[in-house]
Design a protein. Sequence first.
Length: 357
Amino acid sequence: MKRSPAKKLKWILPVLMTAGIISPTSLLAQSPPPSPVTVDQAKRDTYFAALWVSGTVVSQHDARVAAETDGRITWVADVGTHIAAGEAIARIDDADLQLTLADNKARLESLRAQKRYQDSNAARLQRLAEQNNAAINQLEEARSQLEMTDQEIRRAEVAVAQTERRITQTRVITPFPAVVVERLVQAGEFVTRGEEVARLVDTVNREIRAQAPLSVSGFVREGLEVSVEHQDRESLSPVARVIPVGDERSRMFEIRIAATDPAWIVGSPVRVALPSSDPRELVAIPRDALVLRGSEVYVLRVTDENTVEKVMVDTGIGLGNMVEVIGNVSDGDRVVTRGAERLQSGQAVVIADSEHG
């Protein structure tokens, strides 16, 4: 008849102890090794309840730049080109305008020559009138023609300035440092005044645009630092502007938050934690430290002897990845965040990784 392993062990242990091979004290000394755990610290600080809302990184300058004059496109900057403020992103053929400018300048010079003759004639008639050798009406007519020529010269000067300005407008200028993200016309196409040529985006001056419910409007102010989450990374950024006007349908209002992380490119989705209550002092722990067993909620606190003790707690407000705890938990207490599933109160542990030292 074969004995089971347990029955064999029960039968052989007394024999081994009688022979002195195993002592009762050595059996008692054999206890399970300490369990590896990860711990974090409870923190007492001033917190506020947080409401997470969605946001998007946007540029402070995002424009579709249009042509200011008519003409055929001769060049457009490639997509991805970095353009400094005041530089051209496109050029329009100015050959006809250059001819018009030459005609305007020629007419202006003709009028100036005519004015020089009329000045000389009016001066001669003035001398003759003083000697009673010319009629007064001839002098007045000469003066009248001179004034008319002065007006024509002014009009010609305006025509020259207008044509020169239109020639300047054949260079489509960017009003801010930007990157060309879209070409809306191609070289060879004819554009009219006001037609969009390219889309420009300032990739340096960025901010986060978020919509928040009106219920948090009393807790959000300019300069308040809020948590911003992007790709599982959190950082603090100040609120740059609050637009205190709510939408009648959505009951939301807009806030702008400084985009301080260079990794946030324009268009990146982010999450923003906005305060939804007045700040107050409390003790908070990571959510991973909570152990839920039926109706019980507790944490496992690591003692100075590196054993764990069970501490019953109640939970308060949520604080992102932290949560308020109400109970016998103090600032600086080490609580188990990983490895608590099979631990019992009084069991020895070894700290494998401390997230906050």
